[in-house]
Design a protein around this ligand. Structure first.
Ligand code: URA
Length: 212
């Protein structure tokens, strides 16, 4: 970069700047040989994951990263993976502390899932979920479960243990046929179709951590 600056290839607001210590501000237009150069920025995406894609970067299977055509896609990490067969809302960012805040149980950010299921969701089971399920040595924190229509329930958890929704369904003796995450904090899918993403606005990022 230093060499390029000294050689006169860089302009600020159309004027060649050869001093590498020159300070620019947000509204300055910086160009390198005529191409606009933008400062590195933090990126926050919401993505509607289709079933059949893994949430990891891999060449071996279809990956969500194959669907995210974004200049920063190499840097993006998911805030809470979804299993290959699970669909719905994923948040991705290159801001590590933001991701940590979503996934850390300490911050109690809600994650809501719709689950299509077979079996009976009794009031006893609803009560057990609200008190915190125990499955062998594993204990899940109190969560919210409600029946939406026959065979469809909403489950809201504030932690993100490995296969948590599937394990909770098993503990309740309910067979899931489809799982979809529809909300993280205040962020919902809106009208995103499967495989589509959009950037979160500053306002949405601020509101994410407020309770819905
Ligand atoms: N719980 C699961 O079991 N799977 C997911 O992908 C997400 C939550």
């Amino acid at each position: 970069m230093k060499k390029l600056i000294r050689s006169g290839s860089v302009t600020v607001n159309g004027i060649v700047v050869k001093d590498e210590a020159y300070h620019i501000c947000d509204k300055d237009l910086v160009q390198l040989s005529g191409t606009v150069v933008k400062p590195h920025r933090k990126v926050y995406l919401v993505f509607n994951k289709p079933a059949g894609y893994v949430s990891d970067r891999t060449e071996d299977e279809a990956s969500i990263y194959d669907l995210i055509d974004h200049p920063y896609s190499d840097e993006l990490q998911v805030a809470g993976r979804l299993d290959k067969d699970v669909e719905g809302l994923l948040i991705l960012s290159n801001d590590g502390s933001f991701i940590h805040r979503i996934i850390s149980p300490k911050w109690h950010v809600e994650k809501e899932y719709l689950v299509h299921f077979e079996g009976e969701l009794t009031s006893h089971k609803i009560q057990a979920v609200s008190e915190g399920l125990e499955v062998g040595v594993e204990r899940f924190k109190p969560a919210k479960i409600r029946l939406l229509t026959p065979g469809l329930l909403s489950l809201t958890i504030r932690e993100g243990k490995y296969h948590q929704v599937k394990k909770m369904m098993k503990a309740l003796d309910l067979k899931y046929t489809k799982i979809q995450r529809i909300r993280i904090g205040n962020i919902t899918l809106g009208n995103l179709r499967f495989g589509e993403f959009r950037e979160l606005s500053e306002q949405e990022i601020k509101l994410l951590f407020l309770n819905p």
